[in-house]
Write a protein that binds this ligand. Structure first.
Ligand code: ES4
Ligand code: ZN
Length: 324
């Protein structure tokens, strides 16, 4: 089955570029930039990847990425991920970046976007992997800060195709961000939103009705609301599920308790993604392997999930045909 998973062409739709920083690269960049990580070794850093909830992960994620500073650093971070993804037969990736994490430490928007974008271009030409970028606002910061970020990104609009909303979910509902998402939609951006990871099903409904999200990131808590499940199935709203992330952040105690198979059986448009792979113990193939093992999924189930990933992407029908 691992061979079968490895050979499946896949699209990855839920991946935070900041969350792809492997400890080895973190130490390399810390040395180069003469900065200190809150760990003395790669091993000590990896040992700290043991989280109690979303916030305990985010604290470490924001601290670690502070060693990524220059355009070259963003390039290296991104190209390293693309090489790994290409090696797992990921044909297309829609990648989040969190500009506020970097602009807050005085890194210009242009440095971030140009570094990532140059790597995406080389990923296409050197590795044959197609990709798009999605700017994600941090929901623990204010709606004003999100609007300011959208304005700062305006000169780079050709570099990204959509906006998203991530970070600490509880207490930061989508309804707080209506204005900035309205503005983004008017500017022609696609809209996605993290909702129903730790937050209640109502946040998913808000993301759909108030932000007009085309895709829900995580969305697993929809299963607590049968009416919402019916709606998500009827409208075929894609859900970018991240199984290893959910277990590591204790959304589910074990993989066997994950609702992924029930979600598939309910007719939801489920995709499988890696979120922040080094932190959660695997890239996309490891996520597929973990759910295959937990639910004894058939080859047809795996094909369906891989197909869904292209279906749920923002690729045009023509682009999809060239990739699958
Ligand atoms: C994230 Cl797993 C997850 N949830 C919300 N925001 C995030 N940012 C990076 N990873
Ligand atoms: Zn995420």
């Amino acid at each position: 089955m691992d061979e079968f998973i490895a050979r499946l062409p896949k699209a990855e739709l839920h991946l935070h570029i900041e969350g792809t920083l492997e400890p080895e690269l973190a130490f390399q960049l810390a040395d180069k930039n003469r900065m200190k990580l809150p760990f003395t070794s790669v091993e000590e850093m990896r040992a700290a990847f043991n989280f109690s909830d979303l916030q305990s992960f985010l604290d470490l994620y924001y601290a670690s990425v502070s060693v990524v500073c220059s355009e070259e650093d963003f390039y290296e971070l991104t190209l390293t991920y693309l090489k790994k993804a290409a090696s797992q037969n990921v044909k297309h990736a829609e990648i989040f970046f969190d500009p506020q994490t970097h602009t807050a430490r005085d890194i210009p928007m242009g440095t971030i976007v140009h570094g990532i974008s140059a790597a995406l271009k080389d990923g296409q030409s050197q590795l044959g992997i197609s990709s798009k970028l999605i700017l994600s606002f941090l929901r623990h910061l204010s709606a004003e800060s999100a609007m300011e970020t959208l304005e700062q990104a305006a000169p780079f609009r050709d570099h990204f195709i959509g906006v998203g909303l991530d970070s600490s979910e509880l207490g930061h509902p989508p309804s707080q961000f209506v204005k900035v998402f309205d503005a983004a939609r008017q500017q022609g951006y696609h809209v996605v939103c993290h909702a129903g990871e730790e937050g209640p099903p109502e946040y998913i409904t808000e993301a759909l009705d108030l932000l007009h999200a085309e895709r829900i990131d995580h969305g697993v808590r929809c299963m607590e609301d049968p009416e919402l499940v019916k709606r998500l199935a009827a409208e075929q709203i894609p859900l970018t599920v991240c199984p290893l992330s959910n277990v590591r952040l204790r959304v589910f105690k074990t993989m066997k308790e994950h609702t992924l198979k029930q979600m598939m059986d309910a007719g939801l448009l489920v995709t499988v993604n890696s979120d922040d792979p080094p932190y959660f113990g695997g890239y996309v193939n490891e996520n597929f392997a973990a759910i295959q093992d937990a639910f004894d999924l058939s080859q047809n189930d795996l094909i369906k999930l891989a197909r869904n990933s292209f279906e749920a992407s923002f690729l045009t029908d023509k682009e999809k045909q060239t990739l699958i």
